[in-house]
Design a protein around this ligand. Sequence first.
Ligand code: ADP
Ligand code: ASP
Ligand code: MG
Length: 446
Amino acid sequence: MSVVMKFGGTSVADPDAIERLIAIVRKERAPVVVVSALAKVTDELVAVAGLAEAGEAVRAAAALQQQLDRHLAVATAVTTANREQTLAHVRAEFDELIGLVHALAVLREVSPRSLDAVLSIGEVVSSRIVAAALADHGVPAEWIDARSVLVTDAEHNGAAPDMEATRARVQASVVPHTARGGTVVLGGFVGSTGGGLTTTLGRGGSDYSAAIFGASIGAREIQIWTDVDGMLTADPRVVPKPRLVPRLTFAEASELAYFGAKVLHPSTILPAVDRNIPVRILNSRRPDNPGTLIAADSAAAGGPLAALACKRDVTVVDITSTRMLMAHGFLRRLFEVFERFKTAVDVVTTSEVSVSVTVDDTRRLDAVVENLQHFAEVSLEPEMAIICAVGENLRSDPTLFARAVTSLGCVPLRLVSQAASRRNITFVLRDGDVPQAMAQLHEAFF
Ligand code: ADP
Ligand code: ASP
Ligand code: MG
């Protein structure tokens, strides 16, 4: 059985990184390799789309020329026999992109659909370069356009996969290669609707692509190769020296990813759980390290908690209504507003006359507030954050909750909740207090 190996942006950033990738992929028989865009490329394409929207055609074109030059330089360095063909492919993709962006700049309009067309190029060209480099280094690699196999709905910028349709296409186009012992290379993050429009799975979505392909081939393992040793006990950008978490259950990993552990896209675990495929997070700079193994029956962490995660810059929405007193149907009405404007809420707490929720994506919050105000008073508190402590042991050891709260000392807490699964404790606090709160919790538990 094949494995799926996903390499993130930093793991394909430059020729050295691609050489390391080749050494890692070479050791597997018939893997499916999923790659992100080269490091920072998606951010830069987002910026190009912003320039187009502002009508800055010249600056957008200059930025794309720089991108093209970078890709040509990387492709030249990692290929030999396949060089000319690869450079031609890269140029052709960019030619088309430059034309598209020019048109968008003239119109000064970038719809979600157009944005997907722009962003998708990062993964299309990186995967072409990696496939050619592998082949030139003696690995029998075949490039397959992910847009022709990963079928999604039309929810641009955050599309959901059609697992049935994708599986059928993967079985028809990917599996024949791996069955013969070949390596298949696909771009992550991108797909297309049944009607053939390019879509993306949302930022960080290459992990999700890897899991979707993993489920579609019935992989032995889904490997997420990145720039850290695995899932760490806290975000290394917030807590100075977090430790490696060697094992996690699917449920623990899902909670951590959902509440901000960026190393794993929040949807990655779902397809893996459905087919019970273990997920391993590994460091492409230190391929011999064991990494983190995520599986259904992964033994609970050695310590009391598995890890901490935090989601920065969220908004708390307080909804108060005296009419809520004893009124059934109030919550339905309230959440119906959030649903109508496709705004997800993360943490919810209620009292008799008020409900507080946290919102991460504030793009449609003005409309939400306006509609809530038809039947309640609403106030917003921006610059808040969520900290989530996760571990299966929270279920069996009731003292952990008190320990966590105590460790936070005098950090002011806005909301506290423990879900029914009792696998996590969630704190909502001021964003500015996150570093101190994370440090204190980390000190207390790890
Ligand atoms: P890739 O480009 O490989 O997908 P990402 O940048 O998406 O990599 O994710 C890896 C980064 O996630 C790490 O460099 C780290 O800064 C961040 N991160 C946040 N929380 C955690 C955590 N709990 N464990 C490991 N990494 C984390
Ligand atoms: N390149 C995409 C992004 O930066 C997808 C990914 O890398 O996972 O969001
Ligand atoms: Mg990522």
